[in-house]
Design a protein around this ligand. Structure first.
Ligand code: NDP
Length: 251
């Protein structure tokens, strides 16, 4: 028999690794029952085990965020099992390929918009009327400093992240009266798999431009998300919070 959760429920997309796994870990530590969502069922099950071993509660839900029907059916299952989530963190995202504007194919453009923008839309579209009925909701969308500034060779990625920043503000304006907040977090360079695989020379070049002289950690992003969905985050709404070690202060 399925049961409704007593712990507040959070959904974290892209939880199988990197920033999403760190967010899921911090939220589980803070008492949330965390629904772990990505396409990789094996990695999600491993993280669930890890979180359970540390006394947390998590539930893996394999799903492609770009597939609206799959998202709807996954979230319907979640609702039947645990109730309406109080928190949704749209973190799943893809970057690259790094091309000049005139080299970007329609397929690449559609792929990035499918995951980075429609993926966010799919979850928000499902969640907002339900959160309104509950009179409470916290949505955090992981954008990027590329959602506020441009960047050569990154036009498609930057366009998707600008879209997320605008979408988050529009949700804040439209749904704020119902106890719902929606914010965008805009990290700079964060030490995940993607960055670890970059050639040493390009890592050095990036570090030179960052006043902090280091990359951020997934845990630091997770800490900011935890603040936004925690007891002191309720008056932050429609904001784009930059976390970049000072990089954009001299862009
Ligand atoms: P990773 O590549 O390490 O992780 C991406 C996550 O997204 C994985 O869990 C992956 O899971 C999931 N994902 C990708 N496509 C889909 C999909 N179609 N459906 C469901 N899940 C999907 O990236 P990071 O942790 O570095 O990045 C996380 C977020 O932070 C992204 O939105 C990224 O744009 C943003 N960001 C990252 C920065 C950085 O420097 N690392 C800087 C600024 C923003 P799986 O493959 O299992 O489906």
């Amino acid at each position: 028999m399925e049961t409704q959760s007593k712990a507040p429920v959070a959904v974290v997309t892209g939880a199988s690794r990197g920033i999403g796994a760190a967010i899921a870990t911090v939220l589980a530590r803070n008492g949330f029952e965390v629904t772990l969502l990505s396409r990789d069922a094996v990695a999600l099950a491993q993280l669930q085990e890890q979180l359970s071993a540390a006394g947390g509660r998590a539930w893996p839900l394999a799903c492609d965020v770009a597939d609206q029907d799959a998202v709807t059916s996954a979230l319907d299952r979640l609702e039947a099992r645990l109730g309406v989530p109080r928190v949704i963190v749209n973190n799943a995202g893809i970057g690259g390929p790094f091309h000049r504007v005139d080299e970007v194919s329609v397929a690449e453009w559609n792929l990035l918009f499918g995951v980075n923008v429609e993926g966010v839309r799919n979850l928000c579209h499902w969640a907002l009327p339900r959160m309104k009925a509950e009179g409470y909701g916290r949505i955090v969308n992981i954008a990027s400093i590329m959602g506020l500034f441009g960047g050569a060779q990154s036009s498609t990625y930057a366009a998707t992240k600008h879209a997320i920043v605008g979408y988050s503000k529009a949700i804040a304006a439209e749904w704020g009266a119902y106890g719902i907040t929606c914010n965008a977090v805009c990290p700079g360079y964060i030490e995940t798999e993607m960055l670890a695989n970059a050639p040493p020379a390009s890592r050095e070049r990036l570090l030179e431009r960052i006043p902090a002289k280091r990359f951020g950690t997934p845990e630091e992003v997770a800490g900011l998300v935890a603040f936004l969905v925690g007891p002191f985050g309720g008056y932050v709404n429609g904001s784009s919070l930059v976390m970049d070690g000072g990089l954009s202060s001299h862009l």
